[in-house]
Design a protein around this ligand. Structure first.
Ligand code: PMP
Length: 290
């Protein structure tokens, strides 16, 4: 089966699995979600993703309608049913539905959905050349991102930023906040090598605590690299010898162009390549133990 769905624990496909049009996930983006992937058929960092889902749900006061262990079992059952060699896994929990109105107290029956598709990754050539990113003054303030750190279904700022980036033929939008601080990509975190140090924006700028970001920081420390969370501006990115973005689906992806200018030599740099290899090895090893 190419797409396998588990809706409130019931396995089905994209046709048979239906959610009400009154569901607040549809009406308001009133939901939380996670995206994860498998390595050699086994989910990577499932515990961390479930913990982040629970954290997002707590921040938005959305009830997850089953235990995390049940959700884990449902994900595993859907994975098995999919029969895919490797899978993309999306887990969504919505606040549910009720009489139409913004008040979250109107909602009952939160819905949980697991969507499994075949894993589609970027071709290796993209990692060899690196990608172009576009800086987008998304005007995000930490306040507009409240509650900070929740991975909610409301992605319009990110989506519109990505649209601008794509209009400039860039792979990813790097969003700047209202003060001009670099926050994150539309669906990724960003790192830069500046003066030999590996830097990434701190969480208080208002960004998602990426699971890949955390693992890459751990790999960098293992490799005895100097790593720091530091507020970055466009000029810091200009001074960088290397830049890369991280996400579940792209792992460590070299950035070789920002807007009109080349990063460093214009080729993926040595630190980025070491971190990519280190992260891949860790992901394979950790998923085998899952
Ligand atoms: N920031 C945003 C806004 C994202 O949507 C994602 C993708 N989930 C990330 C960062 C990267 O997070 P992760 O490494 O957990 O995939």
């Amino acid at each position: 089966m190419s797409i396998c769905i588990s809706l409130n624990g019931v396995l089905g496909d994209a046709e048979s699995s239906r959610i009400s049009v009154l569901d607040r996930g549809f009406l308001y983006g009133d939901s939380v979600y996670e995206v994860l992937r498998t390595y050699e058929g086994r989910p990577f960092a499932l515990t961390e993703h479930l913990a982040r889902l629970e954290h997002s749900a707590r921040l938005l006061d959305i009830q997850i309608p089953c235990s995390l262990d049940e959700l884990r079992a449902e994900i595993m059952a859907a994975l098995t049913a999919s029969g895919n060699e490797d899978s993309y896994i999306r887990v969504v929990v919505t606040r549910g539905s009720g009489p139409i109105g913004l008040d979250p107290a109107l909602a009952s029956d939160p819905q949980r959905v697991v969507i499994i598709t075949e894993l589609r990754l970027l071709p290796e050539e993209v990692y060899e050349t690196g990608v172009k990113v576009c800086l987008v003054a998304a005007g995000r303030s930490s306040a507009s991102q409240l509650p900070m750190g929740a991975k909610s279904g409301n992605y319009l700022t990110n989506l519109m930023s990505l649209r601008i980036a794509r209009q400039h033929h860039a792979h990813e939008a790097i969003m700047l906040d209202a003060r001009g601080l670099v926050a994150e990509g539309s669906t990724s975190n960003i790192f830069a090598v500046v003066g030999g140090r590996l830097l990434t924006p701190p969480l208080h700028v208002g960004l998602l605590e990426g699971i890949t970001r955390n693992k890459v920081i751990a790999v960098a420390r293992e490799l005895a690299l100097e790593v720091a969370e530091k507020e970055l501006r466009a000029r810091d990115l200009r001074a960088a010898s290397e830049i890369f973005i991280t996400s579940t689906l792209r792992e460590v992806l070299p950035v070789t162009q920002v807007d009109g200018w080349a990063v460093g030599t214009g080729r993926p740099g040595p630190t980025t390549l070491r971190l990519r290899q280190g992260f891949k090895a860790l992901a394979r090893q950790e998923s085998r133990a899952c």
